[in-house]
Ligand binder design. Structure first.
Ligand code: MCN
Length: 808
């Protein structure tokens, strides 16, 4: 392999199109389709007594109105399964009381925003007007809002789930409770902390959306959806609508961000819209139906994450070595658990980060509340985990009067201890083993980058001028490249163009560029000749999806494997045609040529012709290139033992996940008068193994840091006691703008290659967000001189803390 492009800062090929309005997002598709809108519950907890749709039937342009009863009647008549609860996607033995919602509420609603009625009309305005004319009668029930209320369990979200506990899990590295308590008891120092992280959510620029078209002739369904997992949506729709898989095609068009929320499959609308399209086509009322989520719907009826209350008890020695770590936390999983308990499992298993306490015990309760469901949001449980671990490390340093980096250094897993087995089970059920990383080297880089050793002087100097600045750091590890598999198909056309199809989807991560870099290198073709297709089950139906920072590792490796198959075939055919040994050939710029005698050559397009005699017969250009006559076509055999076509399919399925890691350091200034918190510097050292494209990775980190800043200083879901989300719009929900995100994010890389995949890569897509809250909290703490235990923190909250501290 010539490594010309792997590792290069190649500009993203997708950007000119996306930045100049050339993207085709869900709402750009389906002109003329009927529009769907939903009546959603205004109450957080209520019984649905009656739904009166008569007023809406008179609205001109209304085509159909559906309630749960209609779904049930259709199931009865047609053998479909749309009235059943949606699937529980990731079951787990600890999830003893998993509950999933109905696509349309049956007789109870459990959060504001839950869909009760679907209206299909000539356009969205009509559909919304009709929704207004529908009257739902409710019996109001007291809602359960917030972790504290849920824990008290004075009232229940689901009558049959005692204590509101959906799941309870205990994880332990070694030994049992007796060992933990004995270790804790013998520890020279014990500290306790209680930490709170509030709910936030993925806020992609494009919300969710579905367009479904029923093809009457083929009796098949084409579903376009703004998803992170088109193959899974396809499977779910086929199962719900009782259709054979081969009669459902699912395509993710350009997707304007996902950040986790679009991994759920199916969303209620992803079932209802295709179901309605098929039904309406059968009755001649229209063949296509579309629904585009509006921003309020995104706030109240998609998904949130983060909300966790965490208690930590840590025992350590005089040098700061971690002896016993006991963590208990309560996770707010909202009203249902369609995505299982993946988020708290990630917190509990990846909390240890780069450290190795002698004994670790973690117990969590996943609690129902009458709020929107939880699904992984970029970082998925890790920002909470890092907040717990890193706040603990800072507390130990403060207790012992040690430098915060020294305490960390003393507890790091060392490079020669890799692979390191924590004796925990990863979220995919496989052993949690770190494959690579050099934490001391990363910290050394970070200290140099931020100027750690000189900071105390600087801080004290500024103090004398009445300015408060502080420096914080936080370290993390991140399991990436989760299995079980991804695949790819690579074909060289007779034009020499290379078309690559992989089944996972893309939401803005720069896959078309990074994947093309891999193909260009592996095949020896110009990158401009490579075209990548993602997320279209007609082009490549075997895939898992884009989440858990897995695309680079999984699809990248599969694409490399497929490219290698094609390259090997090209060399075999060229060697025979040119009458040379394969070993004497190289492929450069899309041409196979003899090493040292480049005049003896054959373009890959010509090799593609040779591998496909039929194509050769009808392709003038190909004939000219190969100088064969038309009549000779049927005399050109496919080379012995070869299938026609210069193409290949490759798969990659790792034995376990690979662990990326990194460290952030932040300098903040807190205003003496107003308590405004300003970020002065943001420094990142990141190790995602071999970098395919540093420019893309840095872009991913920048985006993640922006979300980390949001989680630390601005973003929270403000529910009142009645379960109403008070800030369900961008007028009220604070996000960092360009004015709040540090203008320069200083990034340095450490490349410790993963031994688990042939390219040596580890994932990068979530890293930027993970330590943000912990590092910013540490910096504020350093500036202010008192402990920060909750995130986000606003200027008024900081102000209140100052008062509290001053009065002590
Ligand atoms: N990359 C690289 N070298 C590496 C690792 C990654 O050049 N060693 C590149 C990859 O080729 C890819 C990008 O970095 O172009 C991210 O790769 P990866 O870490 O594999 O993450 P995924 O592609 O699987 O993306 C998922 C990840 C997740 S989980 C969330 S959430 C997230 C994220 O990516 N959502 C995003 N980044 C996002 N970026 C955008 N613009 N929009 C989202 O919704």
């Amino acid at each position: 392999m010539t490594t010309k492009l792997f590792g290069e800062r190649v500009a993203r090929v997708e950007d000119p199109r996306l930045l100049t309005g050339g993207g085709r997002y869900l709402d750009d598709l389906g002109r003329g389709a009927l529009a769907a809108a939903f009546v959603r519950s205004p109450h957080a907890h209520a019984r649905v007594l009656d739904v009166d749709v008569t007023g809406a039937l008179d609205v001109e342009g209304v085509v159909a109105i559906y309630t749960w009863e209609d779904l049930a009647a259709a199931d009865e008549a047609e053998g479909t399964r749309v009235s059943e609860p949606l699937p529980l996607l990731i079951p787990h033995p600890a999830l003893h009381a998993g509950r999933t919602p109905y696509a349309l509420a049956k007789d109870e609603v459990n959060h504001v925003g839950e869909a009760i009625v679907m209206v299909v009309a000539s356009d969205r305005y009509v559909a919304e007007d009709a929704c207004q004319a529908i009257v739902v009668r409710y019996e109001y029930l007291d809602p359960v809002v917030g972790i504290e209320v849920s824990r008290r369990a004075e009232r229940l979200v689901h009558d049959d789930v005692p204590d509101n506990v959906a799941a309870h899990l205990l994880q332990q590295t070694v030994g049992d409770d007796a060992l933990l308590e004995a270790t804790m008891a013998s520890a020279p120092h014990v500290l306790e902390l209680e930490l709170d992280i509030e709910r936030s959510a993925s806020m992609p620029m494009e919300g969710k959306g579905v367009l479904a078209r029923w093809d009457l002739e083929e009796q098949s369904l084409r579903v376009h959806t703004s998803t992170q997992a088109s193959t899974s949506v396809r499977a779910a729709v086929a199962a719900k609508l009782a259709l054979p898989l081969n009669r459902v095609h699912c395509i993710a068009p350009d997707v304007g961000g996902g950040f986790g929320v679009k991994i759920v499959h199916p969303w209620p609308e992803e079932v209802l819209v295709p179901w309605a399209a098929k039904r309406l086509a059968a009755s001649g009322l229209g063949t296509a139906v579309k629904w585009t989520e509006d921003r309020r719907e995104h706030f109240i009826s998609s998904a949130h994450e983060r909300g966790q209350l965490q208690q930590i008890r840590v025992g350590f020695d005089d040098d700061g070595h971690l002896l016993a770590l006991d963590v208990k936390f309560w996770h707010d999983n909202g009203a249902y658990t369609p995505y299982g308990i993946i988020v708290p499992i990630i917190t509990s298993t990846q909390l240890l980060g780069p450290y190795k306490p002698k004994v670790y015990r973690c117990e969590f309760w996943s609690l129902y509340t009458n709020t929107v469901i939880v699904t992984p949001y970029r970082g998925a449980g890790r920002p909470q985990a890092v907040f717990a671990m890193e706040r603990t490390m800072d507390a130990i340093a403060a207790e012992l009067g040690l430098d915060r980096t020294v305490v960390r250094e003393r507890n790091f897993i060392q490079p020669d201890e890799m692979p390191y087995d924590h004796h925990l089970t990863f979220q995919d059920g496989r052993p949690l083993v770190y494959d690579s990383g050099d934490f001391p080297a990363s910290l050394a880089k970070l200290k140099a980058l931020v100027g750690w050793d000189d900071f105390a002087d600087y801080r004290d100097r500024l103090r004398q001028d009445g300015r408060r600045v502080g420096l914080g750091l936080a370290c993390y590890v991140e399991g990436t490249g989760v299995g079980p598999y991804e695949g790819a198909h690579v074909v060289v056309e007779t034009s020499g163009q290379v078309k690559v199809a992989t089944g996972l989807t893309t939401q803005g991560q720069g896959h078309y560029t990074a994947f093309a870099q891999i193909v260009a290198d592996e095949l020896g073709v110009p990158m401009a000749d490579v075209e990548i297709v993602t997320g279209d089950t007609r082009r490549f139906p075997y895939a898992v999806g884009t989440f858990a920072s897995r695309a680079a590792v999984m699809s990248g490796s599969a694409i490399a494997a497929a490219s290698r198959i094609v390259r090997a075939k090209a060399l075999r055919i060229a060697a025979e045609a040119l009458e040379v040994s394969e070993d004497d050939l190289e492929i450069v710029d899309g041409v196979a040529r003899v090493k040292g005698a480049p005049a003896t050559r054959m373009p890959l397009g010509t090799i593609a012709v040779l591998s496909n005699p039929l194509r050769y017969a009808f392709d003038d250009a190909a004939r000219a290139a190969t100088q064969f006559a038309v009549g000779a076509a049927n005399k050109v055999p496919v080379p012995d033992g070869e299938a026609p076509g210069l193409e290949g399919t490759g798969y990659y399925s790792p034995e376990r996940s690979t662990f990326a890691n990194g460290m952030h350091a932040v300098v903040v200034e807190t205003d003496q008068e107003t308590a405004e918190i300003r970020i002065l510097r943001y420094c990142v050292v990141h190790d995602c193994g071999k970098l395919i494209n540093p420019l893309i990775v840095e872009g991913q980190i920048h985006g993640g840091v922006a979300q980390g800043v949001g989680g630390a200083l601005y973003e929270r879901m403000e529910y009142d006691e009645f379960g109403q989300l008070l800030n369900a719009s961008y007028m009220d929900f604070l996000m960092p703008y360009a004015t709040e995100v540090p203008r320069t994010i200083e990034v340095d890389h450490l490349e410790t290659p993963s031994p688990l995949n042939p390219l040596g890569i580890k994932g990068a897509g979530e890293a930027g967000v993970i330590p943000g809250a912990a590092a910013i909290a540490a910096a504020i703490e350093d500036a202010e001189g008192f402990v920060i235990t909750r995130m986000p923190i606003s200027p008024s909250e900081l102000f209140a803390l100052r008062r509290e501290h001053d009065s002590q």
